[in-house]
Write a protein that binds this ligand. Structure first.
Ligand SMILES: CC(C)(COP(=O)(O)OP(=O)(O)OC[C@H]1O[C@@H](n2cnc3c(N)ncnc32)[C@H](O)[C@@H]1OP(=O)(O)O)[C@@H](O)C(=O)NCCC(=O)NCCS
Length: 439
């Protein structure tokens, strides 16, 4: 990478560094991820997140490692029936996996990204469980379900700067140990901690749409539809389906975002978290809720979005003091608390101009995110509520894009009189109108 590309890459990732600091991420490292040669790199990347101030809870699985040691287990709806002998074996395997992960987090070799990282990993009885009981006539014995997560104690661990490491086990008041499904545990912990992200490492690098294109984002409802679709679900492994279900449940339960990332691709986690395009699939309700009215504190962030577009001539130059004075007309779109798009609404009677529609360069044309479409759609909704009947735009480079959103070509004479007087003949902007209520 040349110096220019490196500087640009570093600058582009900087907003994410501050956006992720002091956020809580729950990470599911399933048994299949732990079995990967890439595990050391994954742990290094998790250590990097920790160093950048992310509060990490790592939940590990153990199923693959158990399957090789426990012959003839009975499974009901994908759940292992755990008898006493199996439970002893599960406890032993979990102990081994936990110490393996603790050892990886303790690495501090000078040649690794963990040099001087000095990370403390804390495990403990943070999860209480109850037996899931008899299902379809089968007593599941020591197979359990999460009853309670000791959130305050877990938060204290994170507050003290340690990484929390949870095995898929839960403890009962009578001193019994229960085997719980790692994906369910990760979702339960993420929900009760009110985590910012649940991240699952998976064999599948991302979901794809009907054309085989990566789905960078999906809402929980659409995810459920995929999981319920017999054709799509037949293409998903049992692990992947369990991970996706956990992501959907966590997001519906209040976790801001879920991410499915590859466990085999070195660096997939960092590319997903520190680039606009990402490489995995994120699950979020936020995809539609990312637009809000701008505040005076947003001026600098708006300037960052529009300045490069003013330089290319896509937008008309706006002095900063004018932007400050007119901030109440502006809306912003945010992703991970970073302002990535903007738009202004200037009423002229019951008609209004949609101006300064702009998306940060690295967030433009991101399928699944569609920042531009979301911001215009939301501002149209607000405009209709305010009683505006029609919107117009003046654009030199995006008329096709506006046409796709239902804006129809018009002439300068159709503009409100005061806007006609200001029309810049040299700029030759195209005029488009949309009647609100028409799609
Ligand atoms: C125009 C703009 C707001 C679109 O936002 P965005 O978030 O990139 O776009 P979305 O993700 O919502 O839509 C993407 C689709 O629009 C298409 N598209 C994007 N910019 C386009 C343009 N200038 N002209 C035509 N189509 C465009 C993409 O190819 C993509 O098409 P597809 O869905 O068929 O693949 C953004 O590219 C931008 O900031 N452009 C520069 C500023 C500008 O020209 N603003 C308008 C003046 S008011």
């Amino acid at each position: 990478m040349d110096t220019h590309a490196y500087a640009r890459w570093f600058r582009d990732s900087t907003p994410y560094i501050s956006a992720h600091r002091r956020k809580t991420f729950v990470v599911l490292l399933g048994a299949d991820a732990i079995a990967q040669a890439n595990l050391t790199n994954i742990v290094h990347d998790l250590a990097l997140l920790h160093t950048l101030g992310v509060r990490l809870v790592v939940v590990h699985g153990c199923r693959e490692q158990l399957d090789t040691g426990v012959a003839g287990s009975t499974f009901v709806s994908g759940r292992r029936v755990t008898d006493e002998a199996t439970m002893d074996h599960i406890a032993a395997v979990n102990g081994q996996l936990r110490s393996r992960l603790e050892a990886l987090f303790s690495m501090g070799l000078p040649a690794t990204p963990m040099h001087n990282a000095d990370i403390t990993v804390v495990s403990g009885n943070f999860v209480s469980a109850r037996p899931i009981g008899v299902i379809d006539g089968v007593d599941h014995l020591f197979t359990g379900k999460v009853r309670k997560v000791r959130t305050a104690q877990l938060r204290a661990v994170l507050e003290n700067g340690a990484v929390a490491l949870l095995s898929p086990l839960g403890y009962s008041a009578s001193g019994q140990v229960f085997n719980v499904a790692a994906a369910e545990l990760a979702a339960d912990v993420a929900i009760t901690l009110d985590a910012d992200k649940l991240i699952t490492f998976d064999a599948l690098p991302h979901l794809v749409d009907g054309n085989g294109q990566r789905r960078s984002g999906i809402e929980p409802g659409a995810l459920d539809a995929c999981l319920d679709d017999p054709v799509i679900s037949a293409t998903l492994s049992e692990n992947t389906a369990a991970h996706l279900r956990a992501l959907g449940r966590a997001v519906r339960g209040g976790v801001t975002r879920g991410h499915l990332v590859s466990y085999a691709d070195d660096g997939a986690l960092l590319a997903e978290l520190f680039t606009a395009a990402g490489v995995g699939t994120q699950v979020s309700e936020e995809l539609h809720g990312l637009v809000r009215p701008a505040r005076p504190a947003d001026v600098a962030a708006i300037v960052e979005v529009i300045r490069p577009l003013e330089e290319t001539g896509a937008l008309v130059r706006r002095p900063r003091d004018r932007l400050e004075a007119e901030i109440d007309h502006f809306f912003v779109a945010e992703v991970d608390s970073i302002v990535v798009g903007t738009c202004a609404l200037y009423p002229h009677g019951d008609v209004a101009e949609l101006a300064c529609v702009a998306v940060k360069e690295s967030f433009q044309n991101q399928p699944g995110l569609n920042v531009g479409t979301h911001i215009v759609t939301e501002v149209e909704r607000v405009a209709a509520i305010r009683g505006l009947k029609r919107l117009f735009v003046l654009t030199t480079q995006a008329h096709h894009w506006f046409e796709k959103l239902g804006y129809l070509p018009a002439s300068v004479d159709d503009l409100p009189a005061e806007k006609q007087k200001l029309y810049n003949l040299q700029r030759k902007s195209k005029v488009l109108f949309k009647t609100l209520g028409s799609s």
